[in-house]
Structure formats: C-alpha cells, structure tokens
Write a protein that binds this ligand. Structure first.
Ligand code: PEP
Length: 249
C-alpha cells in the first residue's frame, strides 16, 4: 500500500561527474516496483542532475530551503526556485541542520510549511542523540520533533509529509540502529500519527536513516514500519546505492 522511497542525501559532496555517473547507471536499470528513488545533491548540481536523470526513475530532492519566496537573504534558496529545477522533495530538520546551524523545531516547521506551499514533498528528519537514547528519552525526543510540526498542520498537509527517523548516533558513524531498534521507533511514530487519523497513519511513509548500506538494507527494509531509507555515505557510490534500491523490492 505504501510505495517505498530510497533517498540519497549527498550532503556537501558530489560533482558533475558523479551526477552523470548516476544518470548513466539508472538509465537502463530494472528496479523493484513500486519504488520511488530520489537523489538530493547540493544546489549547484540540480540543473545538471535534472538533465542527467531525465528518462530515469530518479527524482530530484534538495537538502533544505528558506521559508520565504525571495528577498534579502544572502546565500539562501527558496522552494519556488527549487521547483523551477523540477525538484520534488526537500529535507527539513536534518540533524546536521539542527546541530550545526541551530535550526529549532519552529524553524523546521516554517521550512516544512514553505515546502508544502510550493508542492514539494517534505522529508521531515527526526532522531535522538546518543545521550538522549542512553537516558531512555528516545521516544520523547522523536515524538516532540514529530509532534511540534504535525500539530501545526492541517490534516491534508499531514498526509503529504514523509518522516525520516535518523538516530543521530547512527549518522555517518558506521553504527546502524538494529532493525528492532529502528522498528520500535517507527511503530511509535506511526502510532502517534494514528492519534490524528488511522488512515493517515497507515499511509504515512517512514524512512530509516543512519549508516544504511548495501549489506544492512535488506534487513532494515524488511521491518513492517520501515518504508524506505534516507542514505548518506552509501548514496555517493553508484553500485551501493543501486544495491540499496534493489533491496527495497
Ligand atoms: C544522512 O545524512 O541522512 C545519513 C543517514 O547519513 P549516513 O547514511 O552517512 O549515516
């Protein structure tokens, strides 16, 4: 019922050459169906990626957006601009944005609302730090991050959000949450959403992120509440990312 989504977050990595290699690799590949695939390259590569991914199943995502349409905000990019480049998805609240750029729950909410306003699909990233997990606060932290945003949306807006659970301690560390740990949190998020609307919760796409790779993807993606992956490091290697996509069948 839920179409899996495999999303590759390149962060501040990549090159025109890598974009073209992905375009080539995905141009004659048979993927499991149904499956959505998206690559989130840095902004300067969006245009070349739009051309390179044309005719492939790969869609485009961006890593963040400014909540405003335009104005005196040096260095920022708006959702409207992203739409001009055929971007369909945007990350909001990635833990690196929350930690390195001090994005608060309120700012994450503003960005997510801006994304919905221009018909981008927001991928809301949530997750606990190691200290929070060790203190037994995982669900409290994750549901605070989810709840802050969801409580301020209209029902029809809630249905358009994808949520990525990314334990901070698993991002870029090579330490993956066990399938059971990830499943437990995903089930908790879905149950929380069911408090708003059972049908909406049943249709909500939940991605796992945190050192997902070609070896651990099958087991993670087999969990009943995991509908895909948000992949960082392994999305920079064509073969690994393809293998993860193949695991989503
Ligand atoms: C991410 O940045 O969203 C991520 C999950 O990174 P990695 O796969 O490298 O842990």
């Amino acid at each position: 019922m839920r179409t899996p989504l495999i999303a590759g977050n390149w962060k501040m990595n990549g090159s025109t050459e890598l974009v073209e290699a992905f375009g080539q690799a995905f141009s004659d590949v048979t993927l499991p169906a149904p499956l959505d695939v998206a690559i989130f390259p840095p902004y300067p590569y969006l245009d070349v990626a739009r051309s390179a991914f044309a005719g492939t199943p790969v869609r485009l995502g961006a890593q963040t957006l400014n909540p405003l349409h335009s104005g005196a905000h040096t260095g920022e990019v708006s959702g409207r601009m992203l739409r001009e480049f055929d971007v369909q998805y945007v990350l909001v609240g990635h833990s690196e944005r929350r930690q390195l750029y001090r994005e608060s729950d309120a700012e994450v909410h503003d960005r997510l609302l801006a994304a919905l306003g221009v018909d981008l699909t927001p991928v809301l990233c949530v997750g606990e730090t190691l200290e929070e997990r060790d203190a037994g606060r995982t669900m409290e932290v994750v549901l605070r991050q989810v709840g802050f945003v969801m409580a301020r949306l209209e029902p029809e807006q809630r249905a358009r959000v994808v949520i990525a659970y990314e334990p901070v301690w698993a991002i870029g560390t090579g330490r993956t949450a066990t399938p059971e740990q990830a499943q437990e949190v995903m089930a908790g998020i879905r149950e929380y959403q069911a408090g708003y609307d059972r049908d909406l919760a049943a249709g909500l796409r939940l991605l796992y992120g945190g050192s997902m790779n070609a070896s651990n993807a099958v087991e993670l993606l087999a969990q009943p509440d995991i509908d895909g992956g948000l992949v960082g490091g392994a999305s920079l290697k064509v073969d690994d990312f393809l293998a993860i996509c193949q695991s989503a069948g």
